[in-house]
Write a protein that binds this ligand. Structure first.
Ligand SMILES: CC(C)(COP(=O)(O)OP(=O)(O)OC[C@H]1O[C@@H](n2cnc3c(N)ncnc32)[C@H](O)[C@@H]1OP(=O)(O)O)[C@@H](O)C(=O)NCCC(=O)NCCS
Length: 207
């Protein structure tokens, strides 16, 4: 299939909930979320609310694409004008059910980690760029090319715009996948108070 955004489905409000449930399954073993919710059943119940918030943010301020209406894979992209996730936009795109279900304990715990990750983002990408905020593929479809379909379609557009692209990952096995698409590690860092590594990665603009 040709790498073209027209071959993907751009998500709108009604698809946020099922897409969030899918990303919750995809990120069930993610180190960052395991840190927040060590208990697997709690993680399973909370992750859809986190992704509901992140996808909603993307639908409002960026572009969110799925591989098909079956939502095998979903990617959330923030454009150059909105690549910084600001507190004001986070508050606007959140809703009471998300806050209520995640609980104040999580909200206050994640604040310092989120601030730290945002500061790394600002330091390494103080220029116009696209931000790959989230990407995930339903576990039953992983390893079958779905992430590649999502990524290559957007890279074709980003390359036409001659813009760089930034992301962070907390999962070492993702680093080589992103390197495969031309990203370079700009910093490997540990968040104070956590035991896991993070990788900030940048894909340079095309010439
Ligand atoms: C990471 C993830 C999105 C990858 O999705 P996927 O659909 O399984 O990936 P694909 O099958 O499309 O493979 C992506 C590309 O990486 C390549 N690849 C796979 N493993 C690789 C490796 N170890 N090293 C280098 N390249 C690799 C594939 O060949 C493919 O390249 P191609 O498009 O040129 O064919 C998916 O495993 C996932 O959802 N993981 C859990 C959530 C997560 O960690 N998300 C990313 C957060 S930063």
């Amino acid at each position: 299939m040709i790498a073209d955004l027209n071959n993907l489905v751009r998500l709108k409000e009604p698809q946020i909930k099922p897409a969030a449930e899918m990303l919750g399954r995809a990120f069930q073993d993610d180190p960052l979320f395991t840190h927040f919710f060590p208990d697997a059943s709690e993680r399973k119940s909370k992750l859809p609310y986190i992704f509901k918030f992140l996808i909603r943010y993307g639908v409002w301020y960026g572009e969110v694409y799925a591989t098909s209406p079956n939502l095998e894979g979903v990617a959330v992209w923030l454009p150059p004008e909105k690549a910084d996730m600001t507190l004001r936009r986070m508050i606007w795109s959140g809703d009471f059910s998300i806050l209520f279900n995640l609980g104040m304990k999580f909200i206050s715990r994640q604040r310092s980690i989120t601030d730290y990750i945002l500061s790394i983002h600002k330091r390494h990408a103080p220029f116009r760029h696209w931000f790959l905020q989230s990407i995930g593929v339903d576990p039953m479809f992983q390893g079958k090319g779905y992430a590649g379909t999502l990524l290559k379609a957007m890279f074709a557009r980003i390359d036409q715009e001659h813009l760089p692209c930034y992301l962070e990952t907390q999962n070492e096995k993702n680093v080589s996948i992103y390197q495969h698409y031309g990203f370079k590690v700009v910093e490997e860092f540990a968040i104070p108070g956590t035991e896991f590594s993070n990788w900030a990665m940048l894909r340079e603009k095309s010439s």
